[in-house]
Design a protein. Structure first.
Length: 154
């Protein structure tokens, strides 16, 4: 559900017509799109590994969750840089002499700041969840005994 929200917020940020003096880093990199696809596929593999309990499925889930954690780390870094750029007081919406247009730009800047902050929180949650699921999958694959270790993957 987190990544669906990130995907939808990415669509909203992509359609932002007021791009200030700089373009949005996360929009240019496409992290909201390909990061969402990686996390959704990692979650699907985790559910499949939980349902079928095959070693191959657990290993695939482990690999995808490691990739998802790396992607989340990259997203955290990009969004942190972007928050710093958006909240910079030197970045003004004074490209027009029209007062109404400047107020609209400031409102878009506030909304963009809020959406980027929410996306940063979601990326931190994704990072934590991916690390924990990877740890559980690693523990499940390292069990070489004859007993079956049932690890609930979310």
């Amino acid at each position: 559900m987190i990544r669906v929200m990130v995907f939808l917020c990415g669509i909203v940020r992509t359609t932002n017509i007021y791009n200030y003096p700089y373009p949005a880093i996360s929009v240019i990199s496409g992290i909201t799109y390909w990061g969402s696809l990686i996390y959704i596929s990692a979650g699907s593999l985790s559910v499949d590994a939980h349902n079928k309990l095959h070693l191959c499925g657990v290993k695939a889930s482990l690999v995808m969750n490691v990739i998802s954690a790396i992607t989340a780390g990259l997203a955290i870094r990009l969004r942190s840089i972007e928050l710093r750029l958006i909240s910079d007081p030197d970045q003004r919406c004074s490209y027009s002499y029209d007062h109404i247009d400047s107020n609209i730009c400031l409102n878009f800047k506030r909304y963009d700041l809020a959406i980027t902050g929410i996306l940063l929180v979601f990326s931190i949650l994704q990072f934590i969840i991916s690390i924990f699921i990877s740890a559980f999958a690693c523990k499940a694959t390292s069990n070489t005994g004859t007993t079956i270790l049932s690890v609930a993957l979310i």
